[in-house]
Design a protein around this ligand. Structure first.
Ligand SMILES: CC(C)=CCC/C(C)=C/CC/C(C)=C/CC/C(C)=C/COP(=O)(O)OP(=O)(O)O
Ligand SMILES: O=P(O)(O)OC[C@@H](O)CO
Ligand SMILES: [Mg+2]
Length: 250
């Protein structure tokens, strides 16, 4: 896919819905059949995109199968969420082409991107330029990405990174508390980042209830990412309630 089809789609969804739900499918956790059904179910309740990735998803073949398999059954875009170059696979619509700006390892800031870029082009994936900011510590993304986690109670630091991302031309910021995080990023941090950053603001990690979700959206999040809640058996009905709540919150 060329151009900015997915980015335009997300913008138009945002105009209609005020805030979006992205569901993360970790190809290491969910096998093909369950992923296909899950993707269809969450599309029905109003999810705007499916993210496929994992911080330790090194099985490129399995990941490619999951992407190809779920693609057939849904209309919403599949956006790759790579934790490394092994996360770049064909048949998806777009990729969070992210730089872990607060990593201590330049590999996660620019080298993985350089190594992955030719495949992104070859597979025709739309790159969504994303500043990936890891908040707090102790999670897989934090450990694997050698992040110097931004403290939860330091919103101004997150906002400074987001502003730098904007000056660098990135159109997406992803505030990541980490998959399965005990608590999500604070609404205060979202609010402070929102004031500094004009682009598309994604928030994820540890979101599993309606109040947290709607508070984050009220604070200015454009899209929330939910993964672990479903992996741990959370119901589609509850996810539908969360979706409704965020689409009323702004
Ligand atoms: C652009 C390209 C080719 C690569 C980007 C490489 C970067 C910046 C990686 C950031 C570091 C990292 C390991 C991010 C992980 C992102 C991710 C897919 C998180 C999902 O979390 P889970 O994998 O579900 O967590 P668990 O491992 O705990 O399940
Ligand atoms: O798995 P959860 O905690 O929902 O987090 C989603 C995503 O932000 C992880 O990268
Ligand atoms: Mg996971």
């Amino acid at each position: 896919m060329t151009g900015n089809k997915v980015e335009s789609f997300l913008k138009s969804e945002l105009e209609k819905k005020n805030a979006l739900l992205f569901v993360l499918i970790d190809s290491e956790e969910s096998k093909l059949e369950s992923s296909q059904k899950l993707a269809q179910d969450v599309e029905k309740i109003g999810a705007s995109a499916i993210l496929v990735g994992g911080s330790s998803a090194t099985d490129q073949i399995e990941m490619a199968k999951v992407v190809k398999g779920i693609k057939k059954g849904i209309k919403i875009p599949i956006i790759l969420f790579p934790g490394n170059i092994t996360g770049v696979v064909p048949d998806a619509d777009a990729i969070l082409f992210s730089s872990l700006m607060n990593s201590e390892n330049p590999y996660f800031i620019t080298q993985a991107q350089a190594l992955g870029a030719p495949s992104v082009l070859k597979f025709g994936l739309e790159p969504l330029p994303t500043a990936y900011l890891v908040i707090g510590d102790g999670t897989s993304a934090w450990f694997v990405g050698s992040a110097r986690g931004i403290p939860f109670e330091k919103p101004k630091i997150a906002a400074a990174y987001a502003l730098a991302a904007q000056f660098l031309g990135m159109r997406f910021v992803y505030l990541e508390a980490g998959s399965g995080a005990k608590s999500s990023v604070t609404p205060e941090m979202v609010k402070t980042v929102r004031k500094a950053f004009n682009g598309f603001l994604i928030v994820g990690g540890g979101i599993r209830d309606t109040k947290t979700a709607s508070d984050l959206v009220k604070a200015g999040a454009d899209a929330l990412v939910i993964g672990t809640f479903l992996e741990k058996g959370g119901s589609i009905k509850k996810l539908a309630e969360i979706t409704k709540a965020i689409q009323r919150s702004k």
